[in-house]
Design a protein around this ligand. Sequence first.
Ligand SMILES: Cc1ncc(COP(=O)(O)O)c(C=O)c1O
Length: 370
Amino acid sequence: MKLSIPDTIAAITPYPPGKPIEELEREYGIHNSIKLASNENPLGPSPLAVAAMGEALANLHRYPDGSGYYLVRAIAEHYDVEPEQVVLGNGSNEIIEFLVKAFVEPGDEVITSHPSFLMYQKFVQVRGGINHVVALADMAHDLAAIADRAGDRTKLIFLDNPNNPTGSYLPQHRLLDFLDRLPEHVLVVLDEAYVDFMDEALKIDIGSLLPARTGRCGVVSLRTFSKAYGLAGVRIGFGLMAAEIAACLHKVRQPFNVNQLALVGARAALQDDRFYRETLQVTAVGKKTLMAGVERLGCRSFPSQTNFFLIDVRGDATTLYEAMLRHGVIVRSMKAYGYPHYIRINVGTEHENGRFLETLQRCLTECGYV
Ligand SMILES: Cc1ncc(COP(=O)(O)O)c(C=O)c1O
């Protein structure tokens, strides 16, 4: 075999896959570990979704409904948009991929922030596009620098709002000024994977930004069922956008890109108000407890509008991550993101939060950070 690998593909570093918990436990000789590393829902999946998916099992010999007819309508009603403005994806990740496939040609430019969600840049690399990466300023998107960067060949701008990993958010008035500064041909993608956890008053009024308007750039909102609805494992997310943009994304997707369990699970989850509210409540209370706890231990916590937050452990983050792993607590070191002293954790259950704080205390001492 003599592979001819395109330079664009050879240059890509694959997304670092986490090891399965079972494998980590075997490697480290631990058990009953807890994982606070992937911003998942500590309460599990929505019970209504689980019941609906259970009922759907008998139909798995059928292809899914490629249009996602019922889920699209449920989402449209929930978010007060037209069904033509909704595109479903195998996780919101897939909508990112559709946007890049549909709008970026080799040599075109895409602007992202660093640090932010890693997948934007990878899809651009696959397409042979050019990534312009703008450093966060004060842990938030540097809108002025991004607007300065936008030019004739800029096709997309990805802004995760709130940002992963810092948890910072964009105030609406600043976003509106920013949109006014951009060329009309640019599409701004607001990745709102964590919007459910935001204070209501801080959420962007996305409905007013979606309709196509002459003289202003287009805006797309990305949402996911992976976080607040606890469905990360079945992979289902969606995008809200002007119908003209959605029509382009439908051209680049596979006919059955969303599986049947995801379609029925997400539809039921959307009705599961009780689970949704409980998730928000557990997250808000847990975040407060955790932040107060880490501050008591001499670490610094950073404000966050999400279900996770950064902690300055005042020492090498990866050393602390390893120490916590040996005690069965899986967190995320932020060293590779340019924050050598920070870890990121998501809020867990009350029990998990308590175990995290106990283990942090022990490991800070072990590592000699306090
Ligand atoms: C900012 C951000 N966007 C998108 C995603 C992808 O979510 P999904 O599971 O819907 O693909 C994540 C996942 O962690 C994320 O942090």
